[in-house]
Design a protein around this ligand. Sequence first.
Ligand SMILES: Nc1ncnc2c1ncn2[C@@H]1O[C@H](COP(=O)(O)OP(=O)(O)OP(=O)(O)O)[C@@H](O)[C@H]1O
Length: 304
Amino acid sequence: MSVIQIDQVSRWYGNVVAVNDVTMTIGPGVTGLLGPNGAGKSTLITMMAGFLPPSTGSVTLDDVPVWQNQAAYRHIGLVPETEAVYDTLTGAQFVRANAELQGLSNPAAATTAAISTVELTDAARRRISTYSKGMKQRIKMAAALVHEPSVLLLDEPFNGMDPRQRLHLMDLLRKMGADGRTVLFSSHILEEVQQVATHIEVVISGRHAASGDYRAIRTLMTDRPVLYRLRSSDDRRLASALIGDPCTSGADLAAGSLQVQVADFERFSRIVPALARDLGIRLLEVAPTDESLESVFSYLVGRR
Ligand SMILES: Nc1ncnc2c1ncn2[C@@H]1O[C@H](COP(=O)(O)OP(=O)(O)OP(=O)(O)O)[C@@H](O)[C@H]1O
């Protein structure tokens, strides 16, 4: 088993607190690390990979601290967010260099296998400077996989990928998770995370905001009070019908359209069409006013 334990970890850069008292456990399978830009995802991943020490707290792999731990590096593969790959090398040379660094007994065979896994065999002898963004992501992935690590950490791996490459990487991550590896990838896009991860950790402003499977996170998000805008053939009557229902916690007609604070989305979505039909009101629009990911994130933070 490869279990990463992050225990009461904080990390600051000068005055900036990038990670603030985070505790989480990452086990086998695919975990999505979800959070908006600047949430502290890269900092957390770099600490998990053992390349950055926490300011306080501890990061361990199977109970052994990972910071500057050569033995732990044998079990960890890191695909960093940065574009920095050695442009003058060919893909094969780059992956081979990592195989040599890991001290593998047959670096040539491992290089060929890793490049084949990411489906870059045809381009392996080309210089990395000629690669597309998505291909650069994949060659970084091959370099991270060359020593067959039991833990794979990927920072925003889907950035710059076209839809086909994206599906291929999703498949690959799923397979690695099903094989019993511990796979963690970061993203700021919920849909992306949902498609691959069986477990989700949410971080916002350096803090751990939520944890669970997709359903649990989704429920947290849909259970939050959300402001909906409604337009209908009779906003006033619709407002008074809705205000009496427990699915809403407030209604406002001042803004020129009807704005309703929805407390129970599930009930709201059932009751609005039924009410409108019973009252003979025509619905013209029902739309959330504030469905941005940022607002979902700030709701999750506010719950804690
Ligand atoms: N080397 C550094 N020096 C100073 N501040 C830093 C450094 N690295 C990160 N930060 C700050 O720490 C916070 C967390 O950054 P981090 O890169 O970990 O977040 P992130 O969630 O990965 O964001 P992104 O998706 O934009 O990369 C941000 O406020 C960032 O500006």
